[in-house]
Design a protein around this ligand. Structure first.
Ligand SMILES: Cc1cc2nc3c(=O)[nH]c(=O)nc-3n(C[C@H](O)[C@H](O)[C@H](O)COP(=O)(O)OP(=O)(O)OC[C@H]3O[C@@H](n4cnc5c(N)ncnc54)[C@H](O)[C@@H]3O)c2cc1C
Length: 498
């Protein structure tokens, strides 16, 4: 889609004014209220956010609005390249409808729509079908800038370890100002694979790495020109990678799909509502499991536009019922053997196999990730609803905090808040996808404020006792005596001023 700026710079300048005016009308951000802390002369950060993608940005803004200012936010990627949008996402447009308020946090001037129309006008907005992917990243860059969110880029949080009452975060990377810092709370806004890793199936174990890639890797599609490519799976990422390979001139692209039929219905999108967002976390385990299991089994289809982008190529194929049994390299090609006995030769394999949720795989929690309470520790589903993937999700507290599997073994887990895809099984769709992200950030900020306040309650109490600034100066009233009357007459006030 091509859009012509009406006067982009002036439009954005006016929008910035409007936004800051709206914020001032709402008295946002609230004044800072968390008492500072230090230990042995070292500053303690109230909250550290790991990840400066969409979730990290909205979380930071929510905390700031709530008067929590002693906050740092880190991202290992260079500025403007956080998250998947201009790194490994390969779709032309977002799946989400363009009008979703997403990270706007209830403020009209912060919406994608306001940002878009400020630059391109209403007519272009009406003509826009879906949001072009790189444009969404441009919007997030503006969001960060206009709100002054101080993401520290090229800082990797290597580990989070307990130290006394606090958490010590080891930092590395060219942007790191310190080797380590102390924090009271940590928010893991680490993304789609933020509580796990890319899902790499066993059958590539012996295959040279030059012959395969996971869809989340940096793939040089130019090198696939004239090559035969197999894409494993048919989810959104699988289809987008397939389209990229075809557009780059691959000789053929074949999707090998384990399931027998194409998933076509986006169940979770269909039932999205304020009720679902608010009600899901409060449902009993049985119901939460049932919803999630069903959504996993029915699978989210790839978007229509992405699928058509593949099938408009005559050399694209969708093969259903093809579970891969074995892959081996032979005579310069890859031989794939399917469970149904069929065989196929190809040159390159792309794994569109998604991500696993597996806290143990995360390097940031060395030695204690195994202490995280998981769904499998808390809930045993009926036989026909067994689900290994779901069973590995962390069983979070209502404030996104991890919980201990064995009480007392890793109590610091309650200070680490999982604000990423890993929270889905416990709290629903409020910590990853665009639609519910502001609600999620709002809950998170409230919960953290409540925790910080409770931990400092003695200081706040003392603050109440010490507060001595009079609101009345003494010249606003006059005390009077009551002159007792005998015999039922009205009392007559006597005193200063009478
Ligand atoms: C290909 C793709 C397409 C999607 N399309 C849509 C869509 O159309 N609509 C929708 O609603 N949702 C979509 N999603 C889902 C969701 O909106 C995105 O995943 C979104 O990026 C989530 O934001 P996030 O902040 O949780 O994660 P991210 O944007 O991935 O940000 C996480 C950040 O954490 C950083 N990080 C991780 N670990 C560390 C560490 N140890 N130290 C420092 N930094 C770290 C990473 O560098 C990254 O920048 C899509 C997801 C993908 C993967």
């Amino acid at each position: 889609m091509s859009v012509i700026a009406i006067d982009g710079a002036a439009g954005l300048a006016a929008l910035r004014e409007r936004l800051h005016h709206d914020l001032s009308l709402l008295e946002l951000p609230a004044k800072a209220w968390v008492p500072p802390r230090s230990v042995n002369g070292e500053h303690i950060h109230d909250i550290v956010i790991v990840g400066g993608g969409m979730c990290g940005l909205v979380a930071y803004f929510a905390l700031k609005c709530g008067g929590m200012r002693n906050v740092r936010i880190f991202d290992r990627n260079p500025a403007g390249r956080e998250g998947p949008w201009v790194t490994y996402a390969r779709m032309e447009t977002l799946r989400s409808p363009k009008q979703l308020a997403g990270p706007a946090f209830g403020i009209g001037a912060l919406t994608f729509r306001a940002w878009f129309t400020a630059q391109f006008g209403e007519a272009a907005w009406n003509a826009l079908d879906k949001i072009p992917r790189p444009m969404w990243m441009d919007y997030l860059r503006w969001y960060r800038k206009v709100l002054g969110i101080p993401v520290e880029n090229e800082v990797q949080v290597d580990s989070i370890l307990p130290e006394g009452d606090y958490l010590r975060l080891a930092l590395s990377g060219s942007g790191a100002r310190e080797a380590s810092i102390l924090a009271r709370k940590v928010i893991m806004a680490t993304g789609r694979d933020g509580t796990g890793i890319p899902n790499i199936p066993y059958f590539v174990a012996g295959v040279p790495k030059s012959c395969w890639a996971h869809s989340s890797e940096d793939i040089d599609f130019g090198t696939l020109k004239g090559k035969r490519v197999v894409v494993v799976g048919v989810g959104a990422s699988a289809v987008d990678n397939s389209a990229e390979a075809l557009d780059a001139g691959a000789a053929e692209v074949r999707h090998l799909i384990r399931r027998k039929e194409m998933p076509t219905i986006n169940k979770m999108m269909g039932i999205g509502s304020f009720g679902f967002i608010s009600g899901f976390p409060e449902l009993p385990d049985e119901w939460r499991w049932r919803f999630m299991h069903y959504s996993f089994v029915t699978q989210t289809p790839s978007p229509r536009g992405s699928t058509l982008r593949v099938s408009r190529h005559s050399n694209a194929y969708f093969h259903f019922g093809k579970a891969i049994e074995r892959v081996e390299r032979s005579g310069g090609e890859l031989l794939i053997e399917m469970r149904d006995g069929s065989r196929l030769a190809t040159d390159f394999l792309i794994l569109g196999t998604g991500f696993t949720v597996d806290p143990l795989a995360r390097p940031e929690m060395p030695g204690y990730a195994g202490e995280i309470l998981l769904w499998k520790d808390r809930y045993t589903p009926p036989e026909d609803m067994r689900n290994r993937e779901l069973a590995n999700f962390p069983y979070l507290d209502s404030d996104f905090a991890f919980q201990e599997r064995t009480p007392g073994k890793a109590p610091w887990l309650r200070h680490i808040h999982c604000f990423n895809y890993g929270a889905t099984a416990s709290l629903g769709k409020v910590s990853g996808d665009i639609p519910g992200i502001s609600e999620g950030a709002q809950w998170l900020a409230r919960s953290l404020a409540a925790r910080l306040y409770a931990e400092d309650v003695a200081i706040h109490w003392q603050g109440m006792l010490d507060y001595d600034k009079p609101e009345l100066l003494g010249d606003e009233w006059a005390a009077s005596e009551i002159e007792e009357t005998v015999g039922g007459g009205a009392p007559r006030a006597v005193g200063k001023g009478n």
